[in-house]
Design a protein around this ligand. Structure first.
Ligand code: BGC
Length: 356
């Protein structure tokens, strides 16, 4: 029997400016319980059952708002569960040209502009509105991203998190602009399906319906090539343990310090899955996006202590960031991320959990 999800809202904390941050929880008891806060439109908790029905949280984050507001976290730019915008990934040379105008972007991670920069959407307080349509229950988070600073054009943007009676979690984006700009949002959740964040995800298996991946250079920018995964550690066309891939002696694994690469999907439906053989939890992904940035949390180093005061170490989790390819604006052969007035950007990714 299918059960309609329920939505609850509670206070999660206040920002240093005194803005109250709410936590919205969408739940089907025993099936899924997802919490999202309006700071960064961030997925903070995601409880799903293991093969014995035990509900555990499978995404990295903090127990309270204070954790997300700490200086060392904010300056680390690791984006636990946040909505990323305007543009996911690194932009080569911290600049791009659009309609003959060059736009320069401020660096935020070292010398590089990453994931929308210092004024990224991960650190904005979003407007939230409960939604209830087609039997899915959720919350629409919206913001107006003003022109100025880095990117051209004012963007009206929304992200809808919802759960349907089948227990699937959807993340949908919609955006419009008043002037030509670039837009490539994603969600930056760190999954560890074992639910114990002191352990790594190296024994999880990953399947990607992707016969090509995007090699990177020494600064982690895609080179522009779409390379065959065949005979490389990046071949996940059959499910493969992540440790097998990242322990191979391969130039691209060294450059990424693990996997920190985009993959081009061959299909959209069930294009990826992640499985934890110990708990039996399985995540299956479907997306309208052409690719996914897979990041095996290579740069977590134990400095950040998250839920339950657990130190988040290297490979504690894996991000599956469905999106257009990084640095697309500087790569003429990648699908375009340009958004023009009158166009509507829309995108949807579905995260389906089960256990076996
Ligand atoms: C990027 C990594 C980065 C991480 C956290 C990922 O999407 O690909 O290189 O370190 O986000 O910012």
């Amino acid at each position: 029997m299918l059960i309609k999800p329920v939505l609850n809202a509670e206070l999660f904390g206040s920002t240093p400016n005194g803005e109250e941050i709410k936590l919205y929880t969408i739940e089907i008891p025993g099936v899924i319980k997802a919490s999202i806060m309006d700071f960064g439109a961030t997925l903070t908790h995601l409880y799903v059952p293991d093969r014995n029905g035990k509900m555990e949280d499978v995404v990295l984050g903090f127990d309270d708002l204070a954790g997300y507001q700490k200086k060392e976290y904010q300056e680390n730019y690791c984006y636990l569960g946040s909505t990323i915008g305007r543009v996911g990934g690194r932009i080569r040379g911290n600049q791009f040209e659009l309609d003959g105008v060059t736009y320069k972007l401020e660096p935020n991670q070292g010398k590089i502009h990453l994931h929308g920069g210092k004024e990224g959407w991960d650190r904005k307080v979003w407007n939230a509105k409960p939604i209830n349509h087609d039997s899915a229950i959720g919350v629409e988070f919206s913001l107006k991203s003003p022109e100025g600073g880095d990117y051209p054009g004012e963007i009206d943007f929304s992200v809808i998190y919802s759960v349907n009676p089948e227990g699937e979690l959807s993340i949908e984006y919609r955006g419009t602009t008043d002037k030509a700009t670039i837009l490539n949002p994603t969600n930056h959740s760190y999954f560890n399906l074992g639910g114990d964040f002191s352990k790594s995800i190296l024994d999880h298996t990953l399947r990607l319906e992707a016969s090509r991946f995007l090699p990177i250079d020494e600064n982690s920018f895609p080179t522009g090539e779409l390379a065959a995964v065949e005979n490389t550690p990046f071949d996940f066309t059959n499910p493969k343990e992540i440790s097998v891939a990242i322990h191979q002696n391969h130039e691209q694994i060294k450059l990424g310090n693990g996997i920190d690469h985009s993959f081009a999907f061959d299909v959209q439906e069930k294009c990826a899955s992640l499985y934890d053989p110990i708990s039996g939890r399985l995540l299956e992904l479907t997306t309208t996006e052409p690719g996914v940035q897979v990041y095996t949390s290579n740069f977590l180093n134990g400095n950040i202590r998250g839920k339950g005061d657990v130190a988040y170490k290297q490979h504690a989790a894996i991000c599956l960031e469905t999106q257009h390819f990084p640095d697309s604006i500087n790569q003429k052969d990648f699908p375009s991320v340009v958004l023009r007035p009158g166009e509507v950007f829309s995108s949807k990714s579905i995260f389906k959990f089960s256990a076996q």
